[in-house]
Design a binder for this molecule. Structure first.
Ligand code: EPS
Length: 412
């Protein structure tokens, strides 16, 4: 029977040859390199290599990291899709070389038979029918987030063309929590304060408390996680969609955040705080200011932003606000009760060189993976093969939106 040629919808794109923006990564923690292949970036986007490398350097940093980061100097090498600094329209391939490349040396990367509770070790070993967790942990390692950070930073080169900016930082660790308010007006100062903080928290006093906690946790041979936050400024309304569950921007952002190693919760805006409020105290009243109609918000504003810039799966003109919770890293110097998969006897979990806390790094990863999702939604709405076409589509839409109502008004 002849197959029907209806275009099947697949996650993150359409199976008809015209993909929306997608990316995938390849590579192991101690393999030769990490790679990402990004498809769907229009032609003519200027790639700011220095900016992407600066984000990679930021991801490598933060108080609490282990010895690995002293060996690696993460930088992208462009293997495809860019010519003379501008995208060609073809798939973009970025590679980050691993200095600590030893995957084929069985003495340097020995089998791991004692899975670490909290890590992918046990589930992966059982999934692939082996007692050696090595293959699983090499791919599950958070080193892979370097490739995703590179893809997200490339997406931010795109977003900047439309004056969309992101800001990611560490909100809290244990009981140290900053109450700093993030607004577009104080963004410059916040960036400065965050970048002056060893733990990427734009609050000097809380940064100090976070560092003290990490230092203490290290002496206890333990690990610690926390909460990171990302704000996205300048999105026009209507990115994402309410018509299908998999096109909702809340959903794609949540998936991207929960896909980051060690993340166990994601919240948008008030998040779980909605459970403690009645409707009148939960929803953000709508105001309109004609003088601000030229802004990306089209002049629609809210005195509060509990919705975190997203309603019904779509941007509403207010900043997107996302919080992610990272669990403590599962490689503990003191080990954890586990089982030797070869003997099936109780044993302590294996210790592999690791970090005490990678929360600052996680704030960089989350900021960049969210940027990628926003870029995809932007390109779904303003699609074009070239930056010229995307810009024209964006301008046309904004122009029309500023002329609302477009039809004769009846009633009310
Ligand atoms: C990781 C263990 C450590 C981390 C690594 C993630 O690596 P190694 O075992 O080589 O010391 O440093 O993160 C990175 C290398 C990175 O670049 O983020 C793990 O087990 O997930």
């Amino acid at each position: 029977m002849a197959a029907l040629s209806s275009p099947a919808i697949v996650w993150g794109g359409y199976d008809d040859g015209m993909t929306t923006l997608t990316y995938h990564t390849a590579g192991e923690s101690h393999g030769p390199a990490l790679t990402t292949l990004i498809q769907g970036i229009p032609a003519g986007l200027e790639i700011e290599i220095d900016f992407i490398n600066a984000e990679l350097r930021r991801r490598q940093g933060g108080y609490g990291r282990g010895a690995r980061q002293k060996m690696e100097v993460d930088q992208i090498e462009i293997l495809g899709g860019v010519r003379q600094g501008f995208t060609t329209g073809g798939p973009v391939v970025l590679q980050i070389t691993n200095a600590d490349n030893r995957l084929d040396d069985s003495e340097q990367t020995p089998p791991v038979y004692r899975p670490r509770p909290g890590h992918a070790d046990l589930a992966g070993a059982l999934k692939w029918l082996t007692t050696d967790c090595r293959n699983t942990l090499e791919r599950a390692s958070a080193r892979e987030t370097a490739a995703r950070t590179a893809a997200g930073a490339l997406a931010r080169c795109f977003l900047r063309e439309f004056e969309i900016e992101t800001f990611g930082f560490v909100r809290s660790l244990l009981d140290a929590c900053t109450e700093v308010e993030i607004t577009e007006d104080n963004l410059g100062d916040l960036l400065h304060q965050r970048d002056a903080s060893e733990v990427y928290c734009p609050d000097h006093e809380v940064s100090q408390r976070i560092i003290d906690h990490i230092r203490r946790v290290k002496t206890e041979k333990d690990t610690v996680g926390g909460i990171v936050e990302t704000h996205v400024f300048g999105c026009p309304p209507g990115l994402g969609s309410c018509v299908q569950f998999d096109q909702k921007l809340e959903g794609t952002i949540a998936q991207a955040v929960m896909g980051i190693q060690a993340f166990k919760a994601v919240e948008i805006g008030l998040g779980t705080g909605y459970a403690r409020r009645q409707g009148s105290q939960a929803h953000d009243p709508i105001t309109f200011d004609n003088a601000r109609r030229s802004e990306a918000s089209l002049g629609f504003h809210r005195p509060t932003n509990h919705a975190g810039g997203l309603e019904g799966g779509m941007t509403n003109g207010m900043p997107i606000v996302v919080r992610g919770t990272m669990k403590p890293i599962s490689t503990l110097l003191q080990g954890m009760p586990s089982v030797n998969l070869n003997t099936l006897q109780a044993d302590q979990s294996t210790y592999e060189r690791s970090d005490v806390c990678a929360l600052p790094a996680a704030s960089v990863v989350m900021e960049n993976v969210i940027a990628f999702e926003v870029t995809r939604a932007f390109l779904d709405k303003f699609a074009g093969d070239s930056m010229h076409q995307v810009q024209a589509n964006y301008d046309t839409y904004m122009d029309l939106a500023r002329q609302l109502p477009l039809e004769p008004v009846e009633g009310e």
